[in-house]
Ligand binder design. Structure first.
Ligand code: 3PG
Length: 357
């Protein structure tokens, strides 16, 4: 059974220290990417309301992999440092960044701090043991706090020390954001209302189709983005709807064209269930955002269907139609997960969620 963080759990730990795992695998400078960050604020606020000290843990990027490929000595680009000031502003309380993994020193700093202090550790993937799910490292983390909260759904498909092994050493809970993800995504494989439409775009289309195998089997149509033209090896099944027209940049196809937007919009309007992962075009490039805007408009105008949207690029593209008056409709759930969302909706057990049980 998963234990969920709530008011009475937080009350029990009043004055204690929480190790809170979130997912800051985002561009700190890009306003587009704030969705993941905003999603975990309610959990931090709940902990602070009960005077709990919060030690935030996160990874960012794949620094060890990249530094091997590029033979880089430094891994500076992946620091989590800039998030300390971003979080400080959002929480209206100082978030202290801890740049080094000197565990006894960190422990001392936490012990000396007053209740309700917030700390942010450096990128956990700078530590070799993180991605190896190393129990020794997990134990070192655990010595910093009294209980652990996972609010990092987006990385819960990875067997990493800060989401899996750590649960062996501390009382562990699912945070408020993770709870929402499980509630909204958990039932989709069983309960789909027809017509069931899947929209897939962005990079690695073929991989996404494979990850969603069971759902693709159930779907009535799978609407493919412009990358379907660029990527080889995508199966040609009757339910796969390919773009009719394309917006090109030289030889490359960067967006779906107006006919495709209209025909996709017709299918989206009639759908009873929609899952969308990956924008249909390279919306970040000026002149190639129209397809993505068209799909957003169609999706938002269907107020009857159960709609699940996920993937970092897709949530980032929300900014195209976002304004201060934008309220997410009740029938729509935007997941913070990319790969994790694809695996979970397709019925796969995620290691970090299993570890919480
Ligand atoms: C994500 O952005 O999907 C998660 O943070 C996981 O990142 P990873 O694919 O590098 O493990």
């Amino acid at each position: 059974m998963i234990k969920f963080l709530n008011n009475s759990v937080a009350k029990k730990y009043s004055g204690k220290t929480c190790l809170l795992r979130i997912d800051l695998n985002i561009e700190s400078g890009a306003p587009l990417d704030s969705y993941r960050l905003e999603a975990v604020l309610p959990t931090i606020k709940l902990l602070l309301k009960h005077n709990i000290k919060v030690v935030i843990l996160s990874h960012r990027g794949r620094p060890l992999e990249i530094s091997k490929i590029k033979n880089l000595g430094g891994i500076v680009n992946y620091t989590t440092r800039s998030f300390a000031s971003i979080l400080s502003k959002k929480l209206k309380t100082k978030v202290q960044f801890i740049p080094e993994f000197d565990f006894p020193k960190i422990k001392n700093q936490i012990d000396r701090s007053k209740s309700g202090s917030v700390f942010l550790l450096e990128n956990l993937r700078f530590l070799a043991g993180e991605e190896k799910n190393d129990p020794g490292l997990a134990m070192q983390f655990s010595l910093l706090g009294d209980f652990y909260v996972n609010d990092a759904f987006a990385v819960s498909h990875r067997k990493n020390a800060s989401v899996c092994a750590i649960t062996k050493y501390l009382p562990s809970y699912a945070g408020l954001c993770l709870e929402k993800e499980l509630k909204n995504l958990g039932s989709i494989l069983k309960y789909t209302t027809r017509p069931f439409v899947i929209i897939l775009g962005g990079a690695k289309l073929k991989e996404k189709i494979l990850k969603l195998k069971k759902l693709v089997r159930k779907a009535d149509s799978v609407l493919l983005g412009s990358n379907a033209f660029n990527e080889s090896g995508i199966p040609k099944e009757p339910k796969f709807v390919w773009p009719d027209d394309a917006r090109k940049n030289g030889r490359f196809i960067w967006d779906i064209g107006p006919f495709t937007v209209n025909s996709y919009a017709d299918l989206i309007n009639e759908a009873g269930t929609i899952i969308w992962n990956g924008p249909p075009g390279l919306f970040e490039k000026k002149g190639f955002e129209k397809g993505t805007i068209g799909i957003w408009k169609a999706v938002l105008s269907n107020r009857k269907a159960k709609i699940i949207i996920g993937g970092g690029e897709t949530t980032a593209s929300l900014s195209l139609i976002h304004n201060s008056k934008f309220i997410i409709p009740r029938n729509l759930f935007i997941s913070t997960g990319g790969g994790a969302m694809l695996e979970y909706v397709n019925g796969k057990k995620l290691p970090a969620i299993e570890a919480l049980k």
